[in-house]
Ligand binder design. Structure first.
Ligand code: TYD
Length: 210
């Protein structure tokens, strides 16, 4: 089956992933590359409904395993409905968060274990991993302060976790980058936006040029 590059954007809250993803998509379109931009959790009608259940601030009793399974369920639906068909049709896919978010937030942040969370996700999506993952590395305190300053963005259930939780997520991302150096490209997200866009572009350029 013919597939095209599948690129994911990962990192903590407030790292600028979403803004940079849009700029990269524009650059690709200027090169006449057909791109699908999407996000997790959500990205399709059913997966957005699951997203609302997961992120609802009222759902404070949610068990960590339920949380991990719901993220995996949203991912499975979004992957089958949106990502895989786009790749098969020859579209490059840029996805805001993917499996690494579960490996870090649920696997490490929630202490479920990276391998256990990887296993339930593989049930959902098979072994299709992204070709490149751009990791926006940032001190959690800086990211969370950016979110607070950005009044337009809704604060969700995960944002409300402690700084220690977000610090463990950051360390987990760095650990994953060491485990998958050929896939994960780390960029310093504390730089000014245009520098971050430039760094993200350098990560994906080799695969764009093919
Ligand atoms: P969102 O508002 O999309 O945040 P962001 O702009 O930071 O991407 O909320 C997604 C939240 O869900 C975010 O706190 C990270 C978390 N998350 C997980 O814990 N596991 C996952 O598998 C995914 C995809 C997201």
């Amino acid at each position: 089956m013919k597939t095209t590059p599948f690129i994911t954007f990962e990192g903590p809250e407030g790292a600028g992933k979403t803004t940079v993803l849009k700029e990269i998509a524009q650059k690709l379109q200027q090169l006449n590359i057909d791109v699908l931009t999407t996000r997790e959790p959500g990205g399709s009608v059913i997966a957005e409904k699951i997203r609302n259940v997961i992120l609802d601030k009222a759902h404070t009793e949610m068990d960590p395993r339920t949380e991990a399974l719901l993220y995996a369920a949203a991912r499975s639906q979004h992957f089958a409905e949106k990502v895989e068909p786009a790749l098969t049709a020859g579209k490059m896919v840029l996805c805001d968060r993917f499996i690494d978010s579960s490996l870090t937030y649920q696997g490490v942040g929630r202490n479920l274990g990276i391998d256990a969370v990887k296993a339930i996700n593989e049930f959902g999506i098979g072994d299709r991993m992204p070709n490149v993952t751009v990791l926006f590395d940032l001190e959690p305190a800086v990211g969370l302060a950016r979110i607070e300053a950005n009044t337009g963005r809704e604060v969700n259930r995960l944002d409300k976790e402690s700084l220690a939780f977000h610090e463990s997520v950051r360390q987990a991302y760095l650990q994953l980058a060491a485990r998958y150096p050929e896939r994960i490209c780390i960029i310093d997200a504390s730089q000014p936006l245009e520098k971050v866009v430039e760094a993200a572009w350098e990560c994906i350029e080799p695969i764009v040029k093919g």
